[in-house]
Structures are given as C-alpha cells and as structure tokens.
Design a protein around this ligand. Structure first.
Ligand code: SF4
Length: 459
C-alpha cells in the first residue's frame, strides 16, 4: 500500500517515475547498446499527406534519441556508414519502391515488417536481414529472437513514438473537420476474429488483441498535449472488446470528437447512447457490397435510425466489385440500388472502395487469375484494376466518384447537413472532381472517337 505523506510523491508522479524507469529499461536493452548509430524508420509506399495519419511504424520503433522517422525514402539524408538499421514497414503498393531501396543499402541493416512481410515473408528473404511478421511493439525483444523470419512481440508497455512525427501533418476525411483542425488517432486493440471473405485484417491477427486499459490511459495522457479536435480510434471493430466502455471513457477525457469503426450488429441503442455521451461523433459501419447479404448488417436500417435519433453521424463505406458493374446496364442497376440505400439510411459520409482480393482471404481463389504482379501497385481501393479494359476501368472509377458526388449534392443530403463547408470531406471531393476532369480529358485526347468517354460527365 502506498502511504501519501509530505515526502511521498503523489500517485501520478509515481506512475511517471515508473514509466521513466520502464523507458530506461527499454533503452538499456542489451541489444540497443549495440546499435548506437542512427536507426531510420520509414513506410513503403510514402505517406499520402492528403489523407494521412501518423504511421503505424511509430508503434514498432524503439526508444532512443538515435531513432528517426523519415518521410521520404528517396531522400533519407544519411549515409549507410552512419546508419545501423533501416526499419521498413511495407504494404502491397510499396513493394516495388521497397525493392529499389533495398538494392541501394546493405541487406544486414534492413529490417522489414507490416502487412506484406507478414503475408509473404519469403519475398523478403533476399532483401532484409530480419523479417518481422504480425503486430509488434517491442522491437529489441523481437530482434533478439534467432532466425531471419521472426514473429513480432507485443508486450504492451509502450506508446507509439509520436515525438518522431509532426502531428499537424495528420489529415483525415471527416465531415466538419477543417484542414487546420488537429486530428490524432489511437489503437486500443488489433486484429479481428471475424472472417469476412474480402478483409485482410484477420490475416495480420485473427483474434482480437486488446491493449490494457492502463496503457490506453497513458496514451490518452500523452495525447492531451496536442489538444486534438478529432480523434480516430483505429481498431477494426471497437465495441468488440470487453472493456470498450472503460476505454472510451478514458479517451473521452481528451474532449475530442471521436470516430471509430464498429459493425452494426454490435450497435444496440444502449451502445449508441453510451458512445454519444462519451464524445463519439461518428461511427463507420461497413455497408460493403450491396448485392450481398451480411449477417452483421441485418439490423443496419434500425441502427442508422438510432444514430439519427441520438445525434451520432454514420459513415457508410461500400465495396464495388468491378465485375458487377462492367457494362452500362449493370452499372446503372447497381448504382440505382446503392443510391436507394443511401436515401434510406441517410449517412453523413459515404466512401466507395473497389474490391481488392488479398492473398489468404476466402475471395482470393475466385479472383487470383485477374491479379497480375503489376496490379499490386494499385491496391489502394480506388483503382478498379480487376477490370482489364483500361477505358472501362476509367468509366468504373468515374462512376463510383460520380454517384457519391451526386449523393452529397442531392436533396436528401441537404436535409442531413451542408456539404459545401470547406471541411476535408468537401475539399477532397473537389480534388477528385479535378482529378477526374484531367484523366477524362487525357483519355479523350488519346482516343477522340470514344463516345463512352465523352459521356463521362457529372450530369
Ligand atoms: S470487415 Fe471488419 S468485421 Fe469483417 S473481418 Fe474485417 S475487420 Fe473484421
């Protein structure tokens, strides 16, 4: 028992001392002493600063003043002789750039982790001294394991190295978030036990690994200094955790508008009320592919209505399978149905993603004959790469944009909220509008005879 007297530090100071001791323990890990030159962390592909959030590699990098996060791997600003380790987090779309980078630096200094090395560790054997698979927050403990391919170790003792990153670079598409509003994020769990056939999250971890509440509180305390206006809970399905209420209560201390992912089957009226009372502003519920039925979405209509009743925004992400919209007739039918769902459910935000079959998911076998090595650079959910005719691909991509644009400018949406508010949602759609105008003009220049291209207008 701790007795608090005049000479006894108060509990919060004790816990800070405890944390400092923990940090020193990490820094003085015997392996850390061996690597006293620079340790550079980077992500492949480079961060998209229009859409980005602090990168998850910050969870992996160790403590120490010699650790740096590098935004651009083409301009690292250090010579190999001054660097002990390159920590590279690699996603599918960054593979080409990573291989180019790896060829320019000593293999023994390159450590890889992230989605791609987890899924295909053998592809890195010629390029990296160590290959970390799965989640990891304890770098030196992971590194001291023997062998080239090792499993990431998570000890839940540390918070991400936010200090290596300028939090003002964070942007997120959120209704009413202005470009200058500070947004940050937090992870309270990783992995997902559900096995949705299109989703790659269970491939990183197929069970929910929950962070201890105390660690979440520690991270919230740390994040207070940024005074965020918005916070994004990055968990795959936040209310799936047993202690989500306590965690949400802790996060609400930031007094920031919170948004999170949740599946509709978990969103009871009580859950919605608790969320509303704890600063939750918006939940992202996956509408997914509207041509299919999902058990988790059986009560979606009711859940959306309860969101409206309690003043919670709902964000519906949806999936478009290019094979289901590959003629004008099929496309018209699909988007009529989708628009009908928007009008029924009245989401404040929608976001379309093209189907991306991942190796290891149930969908893979059905689509793998349509995926070439070159397509991996297009795994950004905005490319309809399963469509092999390039003109039709552009039509598919434009149509997906067009129907969202129309919804945001519709009478239905006017009854929900104002679209043209110069928030990041509106500004993003203006960017997309310009981007498509340029793409379509280029395509018409190359193929002036195409009537289909000339028909691509917002009318
Ligand atoms: S879509 Fe959501 S619920 Fe389904 S496996 Fe992925 S993270 Fe889990």
């Amino acid at each position: 028992m701790i007795k608090i007297g005049l000479n006894t530090p108060p509990p919060n100071l004790l816990s800070r001392i405890g944390n400092a001791i923990e940090d020193v323990k990490t820094i003085t890990h015997p392996l850390a002493k061996k690597y006293n030159k620079n340790i550079l962390a980077m992500t492949f592909p480079k961060q998209d600063l229009n859409l980005g959030l602090e990168p998850s590699v910050l969870t992996v990098v160790p403590d120490g003043k010699n650790v740096r996060y590098i935004m651009d791997y083409n301009d690292i600003g250090f010579k190999d002789k001054d660097v002990d380790l390159y920590l590279c987090s690699v996603y599918v779309t960054g593979m080409k750039d990573f291989i180019k980078f790896a060829k320019q630096h000593p293999k023994s200094k390159i450590i890889v982790g992230g989605y791609e090395p987890t899924m295909n560790p053998q592809d890195f054997v010629d390029h990296a001294g160590k290959i970390i698979t799965g989640p990891c927050d304890s770098f030196w403990e992971t590194m001291e394991q023997g062998g080239q391919i090792v499993k990431g170790i998570t000890l839940n003792r540390r918070i991400p190295r936010y200090d290596l990153y300028d939090i003002k670079l964070n942007q997120q598409i959120i209704p009413d978030k202005k470009p200058d509003d500070v947004v940050t994020s937090i992870n309270t769990s990783s992995g997902c036990p559900n096995n949705c056939d299109f989703c790659c999250s269970p491939l990183m971890s197929n069970r929910i690994v929950s962070k201890p509440l105390e660690l979440v509180k520690k991270e919230v305390e740390y994040l207070k200094q940024y005074n965020p206006k918005f916070i994004f809970i990055r968990d795959e399905n936040f209310p799936l955790q047993k202690d989500w209420k306590q965690k949400l209560e802790a996060i609400s201390k930031l007094d920031a508008k919170t948004y999170l992912f949740a599946s509709a089957n978990l969103m009871t009226e009580d859950t919605i009320k608790i969320m509303k009372n704890n600063n939750v502003y918006m939940t992202c519920l996956g509408l997914e592919d509207i041509t299919r039925e999902y058990g988790k979405n059986r009560k979606l209509d009711e859940v959306c209505e309860k969101h409206y009743k309690h003043g919670l925004f709902k964000y519906l992400s949806f999936i478009v399978d290019p094979l289901k919209v590959n003629t004008n007739e099929k496309s018209a039918e699909f988007y009529e149905k989708l628009t009908g769902r928007f009008n029924d459910l009245k989401p404040e935000m929608v976001c379309g993603n093209f189907l991306m079959p991942f190796k290891g998911t149930k969908l893979w076998d059905k689509y793998k004959h349509l995926v070439s090595k070159e397509d991996f650079s297009l795994y950004n959910s905005k490319s309809a790469f399963l469509e092999k005719n390039l003109e039709r691909r552009l039509i598919d991509e434009f149509e997906m944009f067009k129907h969202q644009w129309k919804y945001y400018n519709s009478e239905t949406y006017k009854g929900i909220r104002e679209f043209k508010t110069n928030d990041t949602l509106y500004l993003r759609f203006l960017e997309l509008k310009d981007m498509f105008a340029r793409k379509i003009a280029d395509a018409i220049e190359k193929n002036p005879q195409s009537k289909a291209l000339k028909n691509l207008t917002l009318e």
